[in-house]
Design a protein around this ligand. Structure first.
Ligand code: TRH
Length: 370
């Protein structure tokens, strides 16, 4: 009879900030969720605590170790300190564990469950790679690949108990457009495409604000035609989720805000993180294949056209034509966004899927696939 592990209580998450907020955002949400929903004891090792402070304003950027919302946040220094390894070790986005910590893992009488948490992708190949084992070349350790995703054959999505979407415009307010994009987004063309409708545009700080600033000058707020453009501060994660639930249209980027927009159940555009050789366009099209599968051919075309226009060099006239069709379809797309939200709610919840995966992993025996 197969024996499973006793409850795995201690978790270490390792996060190296490559750029922006996504790496820290995913790891922080996961750490909080493991504490809140599963009662785990979690250390989050992060090499740039200052980035995490945007998401967790109470964080002291210069402390080696501190408690925040039940998570022990530890600075991951260049010289890694001596420590015991946890029952479960999450290496976020192949960030390469510090060698002394690998030795501590190997020194345990029972090897820890070691997972590489991969980037989110809608590409079909992840189903065959999710849960695969990779033995360490020299140490008695095995790493497993864990893929978030949009199907039941993935690790699913990180999902707190998100409140139902709030109907936009219920108080007679103008439609709102929340803008969180990279600096190269065609914002001028978009603003000119908005037409006669008056929009309340809320611009997040950093690259989105720069994109507007290079067009209008200054720091905002701005008035463009009959659109009021408001410069937002960086919001705490729960406040950002609330903003997305109110948006008529949300423009999001990267990985984590892209997920939050889908869970908010509102129409959205995705500014995907650009990769070499346009590899990101495969990811974008794979997502659109899933996201538009239940739409009519006409609506599916409208959605794909505006997502591609937002992410590829096109003329302002082409973007305007795509926005015009997208805008006209918004009532139908708002209904679709709620259906997609319901689909997302039925997927595995990532933290629960991780806990389950590790518990089912027989002690010391590699090779289980999810
Ligand atoms: O900031 P991003 O571009 O982050 C990442 C990184 O660039 C990473 O290297 C890359 O691999 C990845 O994208 C794909 O976009 P993302 O993923 O949306 O992360 C933003 C986080 O910030 C997300 O957790 C939402 C959060 N956020 C707030 O909490 N408040 C805010 O006001 C805003 C604008 C965002």
């Amino acid at each position: 009879m197969q024996r499973t592990r006793p409850p795995l209580q201690s978790w270490d998450i390792f996060c190296r900030v490559i750029d922006n907020y996504g790496d820290a955002g995913v790891c922080w949400r996961l750490a909080r969720q493991l504490v809140r929903a599963h009662g785990k004891s979690v250390r989050l090792w992060i090499d740039q605590p200052t980035t995490l402070r945007a998401l967790c304003p109470m964080l002291a950027a210069d402390a080696d170790r501190q408690q925040q919302e039940g998570v022990t946040v530890c600075h991951w220094p260049a010289q890694f300190p001596a420590t015991t390894a946890a029952d479960v070790v999450i290496e976020a986005f192949a960030c390469d564990l510090p060698p002394p910590y690998l030795q501590a893992m190997a020194a345990r009488s029972t090897p820890p469950c070691w997972l590489n948490l991969e980037y989110l992708s809608a590409e079909p190949w992840i189903a065959d790679c999710h849960g695969l084992a990779s033995p360490h070349p020299s140490l008695p350790l095995t790493k497993y690949f864990f893929f978030p995703g949009f199907t039941a054959r993935s690790g699913g999505l990180l999902r707190e108990n998100t409140a139902a979407a709030t109907a936009a415009n219920s108080t007679g307010q103008p439609p709102s457009l929340n803008l969180f994009c990279y600096a190269n987004a065609p914002v001028a063309a978009l603003l000119n495409a908005l037409g006669n409708t008056s929009w309340q545009i809320n611009v997040s700080p950093g690259q989105p604000r720069q994109a507007l600033g290079s067009h209008f000058g200054g720091d905002g707020p701005w008035q463009h035609s009959h659109h009021h453009i408001n410069a937002l501060p960086f919001l705490a994660p729960d406040a950002y989720d609330a903003l997305l639930r109110q948006g008529t249209v949300n423009i999001v980027r990267g990985e984590d805000s892209f997920v939050r927009a889908q869970l908010a159940g509102r129409p959205f555009l995705w500014h995907i993180y650009p990769q070499a050789d346009n590899a990101h366009l495969d990811k974008l099209n794979a997502f659109l294949d899933l996201y538009t599968a239940d739409l009519t051919a006409e609506l599916a075309h409208i959605v794909r056209a505006i997502f591609l226009a937002w992410n590829t060099p096109v003329t302002a006239a082409h973007l305007a034509a795509c926005w015009h069709d997208f805008h006209a379809a918004l009532p139908a797309l708002a209904a679709h966004a709620r259906c997609w939200q319901a689909h997302c709610q039925q997927l595995p919840e990532l933290s629960a899927a991780l806990v389950d995966f590790c518990q089912r992993l027989p002690s010391g025996h590699p090779g289980l696939t999810a």
